[in-house]
Ligand binder design. Structure first.
Ligand SMILES: [Zn+2]
Length: 308
């Protein structure tokens, strides 16, 4: 047990160690959101299949549905059983109270998100929250966000976001807040357009801006809204300094479509684990495919689109 009373994790190495190692290898850590046990089982199965460490993410809404402490307990239980290097992030946390709740529950990192506020207020609220969660456990990594990348990992009619983070504001923000990880706006956006779900269009990133921000800010960089991004852009973004890549909408699309197919297959089937097993498999395929890409392995074209 730590001083705060949270259970000491059984995993080997810290999240910081994994990120530092990946940076040297030219790889990025995949971050996959979960809202229920089906998604969590799929993400952990992908970690077992590929042997790659990963981050399990849950936003405030996802944590509310799963239960913050319950999610931390299930992840810890899975880690104990499998010895897999899976870590847990409190994604898009918009208040000090929610950040403390996650820190006290044993999360490895907290994504502090006051990016909707003006820059000065974002700095002040982020700094206050970083100090509070580090007081719970100094090993918890704190992420801060600047810029506009839209909200909600959903299917959208029009693109959101737009204003890119500048290297200078990235430097100021990192220095003023003490964050370990910065989430910039570099052409990424939350959610996917229908054309992206169909595989007809891809998101593109501003690789030059990523490299400039990496140089001035000198912290780990995380890319939100990775779903639907061009594979080649991912490779270049990792080479330019991206350390963590968030994928959520692609998982949700695979979850929804495979659940619909599974239910339609036999209208008389009422056994939950028979209905849900193919859903776990479909989501796992998306996660495994993304993990392989983030580690520079060749991925067959359309591996994600085919299950989405
Ligand atoms: Zn996000």
């Amino acid at each position: 047990m730590t001083a705060s009373g949270t259970p000491t994790s059984t995993r080997k190495g810290t999240l910081r160690d994994v990120l530092t190692g990946f940076e040297k290898e030219g790889a990025a850590l995949g971050h996959f959101n979960v809202a229920d046990l089906v998604l969590l089982k799929a993400v952990v199965a992908a970690a077992a299949e590929t042997k790659f460490p990963l981050l399990i993410g849950a936003s405030e809404g996802e944590r509310e549905f799963f239960g913050t402490r319950q999610l931390a307990a299930v992840v810890e239980s899975l880690r104990q059983e499998s010895d897999l290097p899976v870590f847990l992030n409190a994604d898009h946390t918009h208040s000090l109270a929610k950040a403390m709740e996650a820190a006290n529950a044993g999360f490895d990192s907290v994504g502090v998100d006051f990016s909707a506020l003006p820059f000065d207020q974002n700095v002040a609220r982020t700094k206050e929250t970083v100090q509070a969660i580090k007081a719970v456990d100094s090993a918890i990594l704190a992420e801060g966000e600047i810029g506009d990348i839209g909200t909600g990992s959903e299917i959208k009619e029009t693109a959101q976001g737009g204003k890119l983070t500048t290297p200078e504001e990235a430097r100021q923000f990192v220095e003023a807040t003490g964050i370990d990880i910065l989430a910039p706006a570099v052409g990424n956006m939350h959610g996917m357009l229908e054309s992206m779900v169909q595989g007809k269009a891809k998101k593109h990133l501003n690789i030059e801006r990523i490299a400039q921000i990496k140089q001035t800010a000198s912290v780990f960089l995380t890319l939100h809204g990775g779903s639907g991004t061009d594979d080649e852009d991912f490779r270049k973004a990792i080479a330019a300094g991206i350390n963590i890549i968030h994928i959520n909408t692609e998982l949700r699309v695979a979850w929804r479509e495979s659940l619909g197919e599974s239910l339609a297959r036999d209208p008389n089937e009422v056994v939950p684990y028979k209905i849900l097993r193919p859903v776990v498999d479909s989501v796992k395929q998306v996660v495994s495919s993304r993990l392989r890409l983030f580690h520079g392995e060749a991925v067959s074209p359309g591996a994600v689109a085919s299950v989405a």
